[in-house]
Design a protein around this ligand. Structure first.
Ligand code: XIL
Length: 407
């Protein structure tokens, strides 16, 4: 039966049964490219080295490390960096013409190395600066979208979540993270804030929208919002679409970054894709894993597009996505392509004087990185290379080259 054929064999038989067969490209990747969308999976260095897995992974045009670029996987002990997992996945992406997301710089979880070194505002800013500067500097140019901040909004009533980052640095910790990230990765790479439970219009997503508006007004270099999209059957298309639209009104990109739909039907997949396609600013659609077999929520989740340890496509779900893309409004597709092509920094601009030089010194250190001051909105100090607080003053050597936004 067709469901046991390799995914690449799906194209012709299914195409013939489609009413818009002439216009609809035959594969997931081709259909996504036709509508200006990145379509991706979370993965890891072990899986991409397996040929059966890699064959199916090539049906996508974007990847993200499920764990290997998180804080604890890239830094430990503090000040010692390792990039092997991310490097292997990034090589797989480059070899196969895929884009890559970078997940994630600042999160309260899987960040024990950071947590034990962060004791107050100064040490918190220093740990943040050194991590983003090193990891961002290493992967710069290779990463299309960075999750600078992950899960910083509280559930329920909204507002910031308590975390070791926030509790030590203060409520402006995210401001510094974005500025440091832009300096570290240079002019390429869209900078995101990523969170869960904010897929539809609700208290949490409204709180995130208000935070993003505050950042934009203050010149904090955000480019987009990641909607993790950990969902269950019964997708509410109109609610999700309305939420994406209000971020589009701020010119913010939306990426669905960690999609899994527990016990999904083909209609659920179609509805989630359509919620994205209805909005010009929805640019990436990324599932959190390739096969149910490796899903973080369990191999019986019924939540991804493939199943089994040798990943087997769920052809009805994949076809539902292709069909939804075949029905995309051409006017929105054209607008998405124009919007997606805008450069990183388009929302608030890039202060090129702030970009640091991340060339390697002969000893392997980052030239320039040691003298990067830290910036925060609403604060009245910057932190110098030694982690000392220095007052912001006109022509301060500590603030040289930075745009400081005063209280
Ligand atoms: C999960 C991974 O999938 C698991 O393998 C790991 O044990 C824990 O983290 N939100 C995120 C992701 O931003 O990084 C999380 O990934 C899932 C929830």
């Amino acid at each position: 039966m067709i469901r046991h054929l390799p995914f690449s064999a799906l194209a012709l038989p299914l195409l013939a049964s489609s009413a818009w067969a002439q216009a609809t490209p035959a594969t997931l990747k081709a259909a996504a490219e036709a509508v200006g969308l990145n379509i991706g999976i979370a993965t890891n260095s072990f899986n991409v080295s397996n040929s059966a897995y890699a064959t199916q992974a090539k049906n996508f045009n974007m990847v993200v490390c499920e764990n290997e670029m998180k804080f604890d996987n890239t830094e430990g002990p503090i000040g010692t960096f390792k990039y092997n997992g991310g490097d292997a996945v990034s090589k797989f992406a480059a070899d196969n013409g895929m884009k890559m997301r970078g997940h994630t710089f600042i999160w309260h979880s899987q960040s024990n190395t950071a947590q034990s070194a962060v004791k107050d505002r100064t040490s918190g800013l220093k740990v943040m600066r050194d991590h983003i500067t090193a990891v961002g500097g290493h992967f710069k140019e290779k990463i299309y979208e960075w999750d600078v901040l992950n899960e910083i909004t509280a559930d329920g009533s909204g507002g910031l979540r308590g975390s070791f980052w926030r509790n030590n640095i203060g409520d402006d910790f995210g401001d510094s993270a974005f500025v440091i990230a832009r300096r570290a990765v240079g002019e390429n790479g869209y900078l995101y804030y990523n969170d869960y439970g904010a897929d539809g219009v609700n208290t949490k997503s409204t709180s995130m929208l208000n935070l993003a508006k505050k950042w934009i007004a203050a010149g904090i270099p955000i480019d987009g919002i990641g909607l993790q999209s950990h969902l269950s059957a019964g997708i509410r298309k109109d609610d999700i679409s309305a939420n994406i639209k209000r971020f589009g009104e701020q010119n913010l990109r939306i990426s669905m970054t960690e999609i899994d739909i527990k016990n999904a039907t083909a209609t659920d997949w179609s509805n989630l894709m359509t919620a994205c396609l209805e909005n010009f600013n929805c640019v990436s659609f990324v599932t959190w894993g390739l096969s149910d077999q490796n899903s973080w929520i369990g191999s019986n989740c019924g939540c991804l597009l493939f199943s089994g340890s040798s990943p087997t496509p769920k052809t009805n779900f994949i076809q539902a996505l292709i069909d939804a893309m075949g029905k995309a409004d051409p006017a929105i597709v054209a607008k998405r392509k124009e919007f997606a092509a805008r450069k990183p920094g388009s929302v608030v601009g890039i202060n090129r004087a702030n970009l640091i030089n991340t060339r390697k010194s002969p000893a392997g250190g980052l030239l320039g990185a040691a003298s990067v001051p830290v910036f925060s909105v609403g604060g009245n100090t910057v932190v110098d290379a030694m982690g000392r607080n220095r007052p912001i003053a006109p022509n301060s050597p500590w603030a040289s080259g930075l745009s400081i936004i005063a209280k």
